[in-house]
Write a protein that binds this ligand. Structure first.
Ligand SMILES: [Zn+2]
Length: 338
């Protein structure tokens, strides 16, 4: 490497965006966290030194592959002379860096953590990273940049209704809420301490984490799985199914048609004291009691009971009203939502 370039230096403060106006190769020096978006670097992203690197782009050759590296000796960390030459250097009193569009190589130096999204660069050289987290278990369908709910930055709050493609978050401490989701979604999270909430019906959420301490929670009628986690301490959670989801006929509904005469009625009601299902023996969220009565009714009140029927229990696992926990029929969804 040579340092003979006549580099332009740009002194900035606060958050900085590399969005296409800098002559490459571009150096970014002294930022705290650096977030590198999908398809943002038309070249190699070189991490001259960084602490933790969370990346959905696999690092090349000499790069340590997870775990403590052998490169954190003095010779690598305190050797700016080894940094590759750049044509433009962006530095100053920087907070976070957002790399969005650079028509060439990018060199990142003297930064905290770096978060690299899917397809961010042609190649990644992470030789100067203390530790690299990379999980290539799965790749998202389509570019996360094109998802219909998309947030970049810090501390944003965003709401979306029934997105078609997915949710993309890049940054830290953002809060995203999606309601009325009906289509399967990809949730792509790059950064730390982001919170994503998805409420919907009968759809699947597939989550990719690139970073740490992010959380995706979903409502009871949504299934959620983690497809890949390049990082640590990320979590997905599902709300428990409410008993109402297993109830087909309420007691009130069962008594509706009993103004006068003999009727045999059945209904179900929640059994909130039961954490285990007496029927199938499994731990369950939504245990219900199934009851029946054969009686003579006058103005909706049983005046003579022929058979009180006893009680049986079922839950979201063994009830014939619910198959697979979240695959509810239209009617059962309506019941649950009343
Ligand atoms: Zn059961």
């Amino acid at each position: 490497m040579t340092d003979s370039w006549d580099a332009t230096t740009e002194e900035l403060s606060g958050d900085v965006r590399l969005a296409g106006s800098h002559r490459p190769p571009v150096g970014l020096r002294g930022a705290e966290d650096v977030f590198v978006g999908s398809e943002s670097v038309a070249g190699t992203l070189r991490l001259a030194d960084a602490e933790y690197v969370f990346t959905d782009v696999s690092a090349d050759g000499e790069t340590p592959n997870g775990g403590e590296t052998q490169n954190d000796g003095d010779e690598t960390r305190d050797a700016p002379a080894d940094h590759p030459a750049v044509a433009t250097e962006v530095t100053g009193d920087l907070e976070d860096g957002y790399v969005e569009s650079v028509d060439g190589d990018v060199v990142v130096a003297e930064v905290g953590d770096v978060f690299v999204s899917h397809g961010a660069a042609d190649a990644l050289d992470a030789a100067g990273a203390e530790q690299v987290f990379h999980d290539d278990a799965a790749a998202p369908t389509g570019s996360p940049e094109s998802y219909d709910v998309s947030v970049t930055g810090w501390n944003h709050t965003r709401e979306g209704r029934d997105p078609r493609d997915g949710v993309s978050v890049r940054g830290a401490k953002n809060e995203i809420t999606v309601t009325e989701a009906k289509h399967d979604l990809t949730v792509y999270v790059t950064g730390w301490n982001n919170e994503i909430r998805i409420e919907g019906h009968g759809m699947d959420v597939t989550v990719f984490f690139v970073g740490r301490d992010n959380r995706v929670s979903v409502g009871p009628y949504v299934s959620v799985t983690t497809a890949a986690e390049s990082g640590f301490d990320n979590a997905v959670e599902s709300d428990p199914l409410p008993p109402e989801a297993v109830i087909e006929t309420t007691k009130e509904e069962a008594h509706d048609g009993t103004v006068f005469g003999r009727h045999r009625i059945t209904w179900q009601e929640p059994a909130p004291d039961k954490e285990w299902c007496p029927n199938c023996g499994e731990s369950a969220d939504a245990v219900i009691a199934r009851r029946q009565k054969d009686a003579f009714f006058l103005l909706g009140t049983p005046v003579r009971t022929y058979d009180d029927g006893g009680v049986s229990h079922e839950c979201e696992r063994c009830s014939r009203n619910v198959a697979g926990g979240v695959e509810l029929s239209e009617r059962e969804r309506k019941e649950a939502l009343r």
